[in-house]
Design a protein around this ligand. Structure first.
Ligand code: SF4
Length: 386
């Protein structure tokens, strides 16, 4: 099953409605973290380093649903921690689905088969399974052998039970493009609805600080990984974001696009940085100095960041908010992302930001003609998550 048309329609009308009303800052995906506890301890994770008393805490169902209502975003991602460790995660999901919001619940899938019966298949609900590559790479990334096989089995079980299932993959320095491409083939064979990609972000608290990608390396890796993409691969991300990762489209971060709510409150300014909390969504929007964030701000925490939670909402806004973005998206959906022959090497950075603001209408290098476009993977409208 592809991303439901109703979901694309919901996102498109939501963004266009904001645009018509002149609203420039709005949430697209609420990142709802109901707990930080996890049953894995991945080397690249910055979410599980809290002391025990924090890790034991859960957001209540009421708190979660109040945050959903307060935020108003049409999509909700539930990362963590491992959401299946929350004793009422099924009630949280059911409450969000009842509000007709599209929910992506991230999971490492270790407990998925056991807990499948607690959820109902719905067009509003998808499991987003954490898979960081083929067996060897995934087990290494999550620091536990056997995890890939368990997750693969759980994906099969969830699909057989009628659930929407997607994957989310973080790529770190050292990833082998050919192995990543084989991984896309494997997930496609499994029958997942779509795959979500992101470069890793260098959380200061993460145990492994060596393998986070710098911006130039990110562009190189994603170009090599996504060139001549298979027609069968499906990504549940906007084409503009995937082009951005390959250095073929300019975006600036919109940190308010994926606001984060967790046991501390509304996190400033984004899913990755923790520079204070507010007790209401409105206060988050009004009190955050947004100009201090994003690549162009010069903030060193942002200079190498290209993660989905900052830039996927920018891509969506560009798709539905600018003519050039919309036309490029249509072109990518019909003919694939241009395989720019001049781009075997990514653009050189000079210490100045590589990208420019979202609403810039500066001309972008002319894409290759449709006949030259060899990348024909299926690109879908945006989503998510971790
Ligand atoms: S560039 Fe990255 S770290 Fe900086 S505000 Fe955006 S999402 Fe957060």
């Amino acid at each position: 099953m592809g991303v439901p048309i109703s979901q694309m329609w919901t996102v498109a009308t939501y963004v266009l409605g904001k645009k018509l009303r002149g609203v420039t800052r709005y949430p697209l995906v609420l990142m709802l973290e109901p707990l930080f506890r996890c049953n894995l301890a991945c080397a690249g994770c910055g979410k599980i380093q809290y002391p025990g008393d924090i890790l034991r805490k859960n957001l209540s169902v009421e708190d979660c649903l109040r945050a959903v209502d307060e935020c108003g975003a049409p999509m909700v991602a539930i990362p963590g921690g491992e959401p299946l460790l929350h004793p009422q995660i099924d009630e949280i999901v059911a409450g969000i689905v009842a509000r007709k919001k599209y929910v992506y619940m991230c999971t490492n899938a270790l407990l998925l088969e056991k807990h499948l019966h607690r959820f109902q298949p719905s067009k509003y609900f998808s499991f987003s399974v954490h898979m960081d590559g083929l067996r060897e790479e995934h087990d290494h990334a999550v620091c536990r052998e056997g995890t890939y096989d368990i997750a693969e089995r759980a994906i099969r079980a969830a699909i057989a039970a009628g659930f929407r299932v997607t994957t989310n993959t973080t790529l770190f320095d050292g990833a082998e493009p050919e192995r990543v491409r084989q991984f896309f083939d494997a997930m496609t064979e499994l029958g997942v609805e779509g795959m979500m990609l992101s470069p890793g972000y260098s959380y200061e608290k993460a145990p492994d600080q060596e393998h986070f990608l710098k911006r130039r390396k990110t562009v190189q890796l994603f170009r090599r990984t996504l060139e001549k993409a298979s027609r069968r691969w499906k990504f549940n991300q906007s084409p503009l974001f995937l082009m951005f990762l390959q250095g073929k489209w300019k975006l600036e971060c919109t940190p308010w696009g994926n606001p984060t709510y967790n046991i501390f409150g509304w996190q400033k300014p984004c899913y990755l940085l923790q520079e204070g909390y507010t007790q209401s969504f409105q206060e988050l929007m009004e009190s955050t100095q947004w100009e201090n964030y994003g690549c162009q701000s010069g903030n060193p925490h942002c200079s190498d960041c290209m993660v989905h939670s900052g830039y996927e909402p920018s891509a969506v806004a560009a798709t539905f908010g600018t003519l050039s973005g919309f036309l490029q998206t249509v072109r990518a959906v019909l003919f694939g992302i241009p395989d720019d022959k001049s781009s075997s090497e990514p653009p050189k950075t000079t210490g100045r930001p590589l990208l420019q603001p979202l609403d810039s209408e500066a001309p972008f290098p002319t894409p290759a003609s449709p006949r030259e476009s060899v990348s024909t993977a299926a690109y879908q409208l945006p989503i998510i998550t971790r």
